[in-house]
Design a protein around this ligand. Structure first.
Ligand code: PRP
Ligand code: URA
Length: 209
């Protein structure tokens, strides 16, 4: 069974509370999502392997550490996942970026695929799938399946807010994928929106409603 990591850092919680408010406008929402994504990825990558390297400082030679192991890639789920890209790539500038396009059918709430473009060497990378919202889990689970079909099996899922239903779906479909969230919410409503959540992340991010 995969692990669920909930980030209770006060800065993350404070910023998330501002994002949740219906009075927070698009500009601030976008900035906060970027900031929280950066803070989250700092923790998501805490267990990355390092190796000893020789460095000559202005004072002397020393042995110090740099990242080792698999290179990183990020895969935002369109549209709302795009809002997490800038924050993550500020900390990991060498990460390659793939994109998966999925939207939820408003009637069935089932994900509909419309785009997939991953880095050519994805199978050799550790991939972070980015999406602010994990509601029914349908979109994230399908995105992970699409990635696995292309040969990549080192995947972590990073969400801002998750519902228990979404966590359960991803854990059932992808027990090898750890989930990282800033907020673990109560439930879904009759429209499969997260309660209390923050509403429609894509619309709030891009000002489309
Ligand atoms: C939202 C969100 C997730 C999905 C979560 O996207 O960004 O991708 O819903 O719901 P699920 O867990 O029930 O699948 P949406 O379908 O609204 O598309 P958008 O980002 O283009 O607005
Ligand atoms: N997608 C969103 O943007 N918000 C939700 O609460 C559920 C799905």
């Amino acid at each position: 069974m995969s692990k669920v990591h909930v980030f209770d850092h006060p800065l993350i919680q404070h910023k998330l509370s501002i994002m949740r408010s219906k009075d927070t406008g698009t500009k601030e929402f976008r900035e906060l999502l970027e900031e929280i994504s950066m803070l989250m990825v700092y923790e998501v990558t805490r267990d990355l392997p390092t190796q000893d390297v020789e460095v000559e400082t202005p004072i002397c030679k020393c042995t110090t550490k740099m990242l080792a192991g698999k290179k990183l890639g990020i895969v935002p789920i369109l549209r709302a996942g795009l809002g997490m890209v800038e924050g993550v790539t500020r900390l990991i500038p060498a990460a390659r970026v793939g994109h998966i396009g999925l939207y939820r059918d408003p009637e069935t709430h089932e994900p509909v695929e419309y785009y997939c473009k991953l880095p050519a060497d994805s199978e050799n990378r550790e991939l972070l799938v980015l999406d602010p919202m994990l509601a029914t889990g349908g979109s994230a689970s399908d995105a992970i399946t699409m990635i696995k079909k292309r040969g990549c099996h080192h995947i972590r899922l990073v969400n801002l807010i998750a519902a228990p239903e979404g966590i359960a779906k991803v854990q059932k479909d992808h027990p090898d994928v750890d989930i990282y969230v800033a907020g673990l919410d109560e439930k879904l409503n009759e429209h499969a929106y997260i309660v209390p959540g923050l509403g429609d992340a894509g619309d709030r991010l891009f000002g489309t409603k």
